[in-house]
Design a protein around this ligand. Structure first.
Ligand SMILES: Cc1ncc(COP(=O)(O)O)c(C=O)c1O
Length: 405
């Protein structure tokens, strides 16, 4: 009998009172029943750097040797390469995605007191940029199947003050752009895509970034294409929009110390251009791996008591996030954390219910689909460095916690 007892148990002498003996037994019981866990982070930028180090360091050295710390050759080359990638005539590299949204809206003529239609299921920056222009964000509820702006609801939100529509390709899934484009054309509205989470996603075969009058990207380090610091870009086919953004990012200068208008300091740093050029070359393989993991999650979670957004087979989603929806989200997320599985909630609150936008006076219940999504959503790890074992471990843990349909 004592052969299978742990050394600690074997050490309990027979004269120890029963209570102490029971406590020692229960400690062994807990140890025997403790689940074996596996650490699964939502992102592993250190591992990614280890993979890229030999490419990155010489490129950073080049920037230092040329002393091109702000804009410069690497940034210009990145602009050409990223415009090619998106299938647009222009790419203007900027300090971050929020700056890109701000300049994009200004370039499309958004002014004080205009209205801009957008989704409440986004990062705050989308709405903030509208506010920077003195304009008003007008939210339209999401389609619960895709988590993107529901085009069927856009038209009734249009007023004489509406100037632009700002669809967000949230989680890397393209918004339904054909009806949005059709409505915009009919009402003479501009379209700015918020593609901050969707580098390389395709809608009906065309890359996001080329589907409106202009588009913006974020290269925040956690993005599918992330810089080593802040970064953003505006893409467009419109020469005037690109010309405005180039001047506006650099204090309104059209030539050195020729300031045509009051602009901003929204320039991209040289280091970021160098890093992004290297990472853009890897993006194809990284995206393919994200898509493979998403397929695997869908297979392993089929029949489990949760919902996943629907992929339109005509489009290509790049899975910045793999979101799922479940009741008892908070409890599931806590239990996953206990198993060392990291998750994030994108987003715990829709923008109209954030204190920052309380002045809009939009009470709970205004956008029921977005609000319900925020109560139930959480994102599973989906970075390209995940192993098959980690994916299987995440899926089996989630399945066990949510139960079967
Ligand atoms: C949808 C969306 N829009 C805009 C932004 C802002 O980008 P940045 O953080 O680069 O300013 C983000 C970044 O998180 C985002 O997710």
């Amino acid at each position: 009998m004592s052969a299978w007892l742990s050394p600690a148990m074997r050490e309990v002498p027979p004269w120890v009172p029963n209570l102490q003996r029971a406590a020692a037994y229960s400690r062994v019981f807990v140890r025997l029943n403790r689940r074996r866990t596996m650490k699964v982070p939502v992102l592993d930028l250190k591992a990614e750097y280890a993979q890229l180090r030999d490419e990155i360091l010489p490129a950073l050295d080049r920037v230092c040797q040329n002393a091109s710390f702000v804009l410069g050759e690497e940034v210009e080359a990145f602009e050409r390469e990223f415009a090619d990638f998106c299938g647009t005539r222009h790419c203007v590299a900027l300090a971050n995605g929020t700056a890109a949204l701000h300049l994009g809206l200004l370039a499309l003529g958004v002014q004080a007191d205009d209205e801009v239609i957008t989704s409440p299921n986004t990062f705050l920056a989308t709405a903030e940029a509208i506010t920077y222009c003195g304009a008003v964000p007008v939210f339209v509820d999401i389609d619960p199947a895709t988590a993107n702006l529901d085009p069927k609801l856009v038209e009734r939100a249009i007023t004489p003050r509406t100037r632009a529509i700002l669809p967000v390709h949230v989680y890397g899934r393209p918004a339904d752009m054909d009806p949005i484009r059709e409505i915009a054309a009919r009402h003479n509205l501009r379209i700015l895509e918020d593609a901050a989470q969707a580098h390389g996603a395709r809608y009906r075969g065309r890359r996001v970034g080329s589907l409106g009058h202009a588009a913006v990207f974020s290269f925040y380090p956690t993005k599918n294409l992330g810089a080593y610091g802040e970064g953003g870009a505006l893409t467009t086919d419109d020469d005037q929009v690109a010309k405005f953004a180039r001047a506006a990012r650099s204090h309104g200068q059209t030539a050195r110390y020729e300031h045509e208008f009051v602009g901003y300091n929204y320039r991209m740093q040289g280091f970021q251009g160098a890093v992004l050029r290297i990472k853009l070359r890897h993006l194809y393989a990284w995206t393919a791996r994200r898509q493979e993991i998403a397929r695997e999650y869908r297979r392993l979670l089929a029949g489990a008591r949760l919902e996943m957004p629907v992929d339109d087979t005509r489009d290509e989603c790049v899975y910045h996030q793999f979101v799922v929806y479940a009741n008892n989200r908070n409890s599931i997320v806590t239990q996953l954390a206990a198993r060392e599985i990291e998750t994030v909630v994108h987003y715990p609150r829709p923008v109209h219910l954030q204190p920052a936008y309380s002045s809009l006076g939009l009470p709970p219940g205004t956008f029921p689909h977005a609000e319900r999504a925020c109560e139930r959503v959480f994102s599973l790890p989906i970075h390209p460095g995940l192993t098959a074992e980690q994916v299987a471990y995440v899926a089996s843990s989630v399945r066990e916690l949510v139960g079967e349909k």
